[in-house]
Design a protein around this ligand. Structure first.
Ligand code: COI
Length: 353
């Protein structure tokens, strides 16, 4: 095990062997690793120097803002092992920026971009042996920001904790890379205009559990939500963004406050444009989805996940003979090759550790 306590990202670089796990069946469940990172805010709302601690339970005041009023945010990003054994982070600065944006909405102070990046690098290096071999998955990095101070009335907490833990992961959906089956939800909504759908607050994910549970009981992989005003336009899936392909045009719902501005979403838009596709960010109606040639989801956890079928008001539409669509496959390959350092990173998206 590395011994990285009291070290900085640049000094915690001890070589360590890759842990022996069953990498073929890793899936997306928590595998506890060696270290987590913790940093608390000071009275003036700025964050003091954080530290690595052994991964494990944390102490939290029962009256904390996060436990009582959901004052919490999370991020998700990944580290990949390259062929030469070195490690690449994918667009960590985007997560730092998004956490700061979310913190503003949730009345929380946030770590600076530099603090966020240093903490991510340090945590990954301290858990280096848990980064899967190339092609076997990635190390999922979960930064959290929470109101850890005590409150009783509804108000911002007086103290905040920034925490990062990591877990090696494989495919998010049990289908692996095989197409997923979505049901379009007409009664439950994920977000409303003026709400918090556009930031990564923890409550957004609690609110989808019921619809997701009902969908899974009926055999669907997940739920696709519609806008709550017209019940007509696509929003997103419980944990990822949605894209629709019709001929050479790829469309995705514009992020106007109710949809999470996914970093994989943004990356796929650029990758697709670079490959010659026309990509449109706009209102996309459910009818367009039903008439599409192909559909796929994007997210840090799901990467690019092809959609095999969509069911809406009892009607089921299937795509690509239930195989992986050509566009989904092309975009998946282009993105993951970049993330694993197998293709030239012309955009400067990867950060080498
Ligand atoms: C991510 O892709 O990082 C997410 O936020 C999905 C998570 C809810 C599993």
């Amino acid at each position: 095990m590395t011994t990285c306590e009291a070290m900085t990202a640049s000094t915690c670089k001890e070589a360590s062997d890759i842990i022996d796990l069953n990498w073929e069946n890793i899936g997306f469940g928590l595998v506890p690793t060696d270290y987590m990172y913790i940093m608390k805010s000071s009275e003036d709302g700025t964050f003091a120097k954080g530290e690595l601690q052994h991964f494990g339970p944390i102490e939290l005041n029962p009256a904390s803002g996060v436990l009582n009023y959901g004052q919490g945010l999370f991020e998700g990003l990944k580290a990949y092992r390259k062929e030469d054994g070195s490690i690449l982070l994918f667009r960590p600065k985007e997560n730092a920026l998004r956490m700061r944006m979310g913190a503003e909405r949730m009345c929380m102070p946030a770590p600076t971009i530099e603090q966020f990046m240093d903490a991510v690098k340090l945590t990954v290096l301290a858990n280096k042996r848990w980064v899967p071999p190339i092609g076997k998955g990635s190390l999922y990095i979960r930064p959290l920001l929470m109101g850890s101070g005590a409150v009783l009335g509804v108000a911002p907490a007086p103290e905040y904790t920034f925490l990062i833990f990591v877990s090696p992961v494989g495919n998010y959906f049990k289908e692996g890379l095989a197409p997923i089956n979505l049901i379009v939800e007409n009664d439950f909504h994920r977000a409303t205009p003026g709400g918090t759908g556009g930031v990564k607050t923890i409550g957004n994910y609690a609110s989808v559990l019921k619809a997701q549970k009902l969908a899974k009981e009926k055999g669907y992989s997940d739920v696709l939500y519609l806008d709550s005003v017209h019940k007509k336009y696509l929003e997103e899936v419980s944990s990822c963004n949605i894209f629709v392909v019709k001929d050479k045009i790829i469309s995705t719902p514009a992020t106007k406050g109710t949809i999470l501005p996914g970093i994989t979403r943004k990356s796929i838009i650029d990758v697709a444009r670079g490959l010659g596709y026309q990509v449109e960010e706009r209102l996309v109606s459910v009818e367009e989805l039903l008439d599409a040639n192909e559909a796929f989801c994007t997210g840090t956890a799901v990467v690019v996940s092809p959609v095999g079928s969509v069911t809406y008001l009892g009607n089921r539409v299937e795509y690509g003979n239930r195989g992986v669509g050509a566009v989904s496959q092309q975009l998946y390959s282009a993105l993951t090759r970049l993330q694993m350092g197998l293709s030239d990173d012309k955009m400067g998206w990867t950060v080498k550790l």
